[in-house]
Design a protein around this ligand. Structure first.
Ligand code: DAH
Length: 360
């Protein structure tokens, strides 16, 4: 482009400046602003191409023309810088707002699990009786008829089997039931743990076998077909009903409060002789009589007795030399009494509102 004269050049410079300043003011983001800058001031930009004609001017006029262009360039550069600063800080502000973290919000508590109330009671019983030398051993839930019944002095067809509505299972090792193969069942109580302990160790023995038991029962607020027991067994050369009573009193007082009265009532179990029911004074009415204790003022929390000589012999222990006692309690029932839980089904319903109440 050849320059005709200085005035028209000046006019064109002014309109380039004005148009550019307007574009700069209108740019709404840094990228658009950059485009304006490159388009006007770049190496092949509009200002340069306007100045390209400077060579056709007489040499004496060139410096003047150059001097006219400089303020335009400077004005544009200043406007670009100023607008750039505004857009830059606006973009920053927007990002800051979008990516803001509210550090004043309280943190989210990590999820902490806890012991199931039944396991808590098992642990508490183990802790209390552990002080008397009892150790916890495991015993399987799938058991043989022999250990669940026969070795405990309950032969086939014995009427005492009616005490336990049993769930039998197929032989885990084969689908064929050989005539004399062991019959398998889900243990109806933790008492087979006694036989296993006697066969595994020699006296003195002080063990607890806690765990799940199963009975073919109609389920209601106080019966589950799946429930929990803790079995205890002590075998030694000098044990008595007195030792048993003292131990159970210590247990009851630790679980239900130091002053709580207890009593033995005569009971019947095939594997103990004599057998007793161990009662505590009702924890609901303190003995005055209420629906929870059948108006008797007492609640049975376990069965116990001196181990029957036949059971000792079945466990491989000489009944002439040793005797001992055993006891078995319902962990569900003890937990229900300790925490005033009204329905046994709550334990296995997996309702977190219930389970969380026993979290630490
Ligand atoms: N096994 C019995 C039951 O399930 C409870 C029991 C009673 C266990 C007397 C014992 C015992 O060890 O001596 O009903």
């Amino acid at each position: 482009m050849a320059l005709v004269d200085i005035e028209s050049f000046q006019g064109r410079l002014a309109s380039l400046r004005d148009a550019t300043l307007a574009d700069i003011a209108a740019a709404s983001d840094p990228a658009t602003l950059d485009e304006v800058g490159v388009r006007v001031l770049g190496r092949k930009g509009e200002l340069r191409s306007l100045m390209g004609g400077i060579g056709s001017l007489p040499a004496a006029e060139r410096p003047r023309v150059g001097a006219l262009a400089n303020p335009v360039r400077e004005a544009i550069e200043a406007a670009l810088a100023e607008r750039g600063a505004v857009l830059g800080s606006a973009a920053l502000d927007r990002r800051l707002a979008e990516e803001a973290q509210d550090v004043t919000l309280p943190g989210r508590m990590p999820w902490v699990g806890g012991l199931h109330p039944i396991r808590e009671t098992e642990a508490e019983i183990a802790r209390i009786l552990g002080q008397f030398g009892f150790v916890v051993v495991e015993s399987p839930e799938v058991e043989t008829d022999e250990l669940n019944f026969e070795a405990l002095n309950i032969p086939p067809d014995h009427p005492a089997r009616d005490l336990w509505d049993t769930i039998y299972v197929a032989d885990p090792a084969s689908t064929q039931q050989a005539p004399h193969a062991p019959r398998w069942l889900l243990r109806t109580h933790t008492s087979p743990g006694q036989i296993r302990a006697m066969r595994a160790a020699s006296p003195p023995i002080r063990i607890l076998t806690p765990g799940r038991c199963y009975r073919y029962e109609a389920v209601d607020a106080s019966h589950g077909f799946e429930f929990f027991q803790v079995e205890g067994l002590m075998i030694d050369e000098r044990t008595s009903m007195g030792t048993l009573r003292g131990l159970l009193d210590a247990l009851a007082h630790a679980l239900f409060g130091a002053g709580r009265p207890t009593r033995f009532r005569p009971g019947y179990y095939p594997f103990t002789e004599p057998s007793v029911a161990f009662d505590i004074q009702c924890v609901v009415c303190d003995g005055t009589g209420c629906p929870a204790c059948g108006r008797s003022g007492w609640m049975t929390i376990l069965g116990a007795g001196m181990v029957h000589p036949v059971v000792l012999a079945n466990g491989g222990i000489d009944p002439e030399r040793y005797q001992g006692f055993a006891f078995g309690m319902g962990t569900d029932r003890i937990t229900m009494l300790r925490y005033a839980i009204g329905d046994i089904r709550a334990f296995l319903a997996n309702d977190l509102r219930f389970l969380e109440r026993s979290r630490p």
